[in-house]
Design a protein around this ligand. Structure first.
Ligand SMILES: Nc1ncnc2c1ncn2[C@@H]1O[C@H](COP(=O)(O)OP(=O)(O)O)[C@@H](O)[C@H]1O
Ligand SMILES: [Mg+2]
Length: 234
């Protein structure tokens, strides 16, 4: 069952006539060379950018006509740099509520920390004193605040050491199972993509070259995909 659908989406010479879909309750990774348009695609899904032509549908509804506040509650996003605001752990968890003029229940904040295996960390702890891995988990917890149906992840493990990378992968896989959330995950690490994917989208120069069950990445006859897998320049 498709939850998000792109129909002939083009954007500013960056995305070219993209048509494809994402399946509900699955993890789709976005792979392809740097500059392929992966981040640009992701920003279209939660309405940070809109297409010049073409349409994007969320559960069959064109997102162009949807209320953006509502859309961003239903579609959570986490970036590589895990941007933290100054202040406490609570302040950071509360951010998705604060931007809508609401406040996160403290009990719920503690539950969320527990969800990402940070149960022992006090809510009033200064965010600056956390490690990179802890901050990354806070940023994942933060995306769960509004109980989204879709999680968009952009290179969230790029700055972590290998052990933390694996921990974050396990965490996302577990959360995906527990909440049955649909995950769309950009990664430049093909091995990570192989580990976590159900499905894949392969982009290059703003074109969607292939998508579907992730096994295509190692079995495609497409010379571009073969070259990418071999680590050659495209
Ligand atoms: N704000 C912007 N203004 C103009 N061009 C941009 C902007 N952001 C990205 N681009 C260009 O769009 C292309 C795709 O970028 P991006 O979506 O970030 O690719 P990826 O995430 O696959 O590395 C790149 O050529 C990049 O230079
Ligand atoms: Mg990017």
């Amino acid at each position: 069952m498709s939850i998000i659908e792109f129909k002939n989406v083009s954007h500013n010479g960056i995305l070219h006539n993209i048509t494809g879909h994402f399946s509900e309750g699955r993890i789709t990774t976005f792979v392809g060379p740097s500059g392929a348009g992966k981040t640009t695609c992701l920003k279209h899904i939660n309405g940070l950018l809109s297409p010049d032509s073409g349409d994007i549908f969320f559960r069959g509804e064109n997102i162009a006509g949807m209320d953006m506040i509502e859309l961003r509650k239903r579609i959570g996003m986490a970036f590589q740099s895990a941007p933290m605001i100054g202040g406490t752990v609570y302040d950071n968890l509360n951010l998705p509520k604060a931007i809508f003029g609401e406040a996160l229940d403290e009990k719920r904040a503690v539950e969320l920390l527990d969800r990402v295996d940070l149960g022992g960390i006090p809510l009033d702890k200064n965010i600056k004193s956390l490690s990179g891995g802890e901050k990354s988990r806070i940023s994942i917890a933060r995306t769960l605040v509004n109980q989204p149906e879709v999680l968009l992840l952009d290179e969230i493990t790029a700055s972590l050491d290998y052990r933390m990378v694996k921990e974050v992968e396990r965490l996302i896989l577990r959360l995906q199972r527990e909440y049955n959330v649909t995950v769309i995950w950009i990664t430049h690490d093909l091995d990570q993509a192989r580990r976590v994917s159900d499905d894949m989208w392969f982009l290059r120069n703003g074109e969607l070259i292939e998508f579907g069950d992730a096994s295509f990445i190692d079995h495609s006859d497409n010379p571009l995909i073969k070259k990418f897998v071999e680590g050659e320049e495209l």
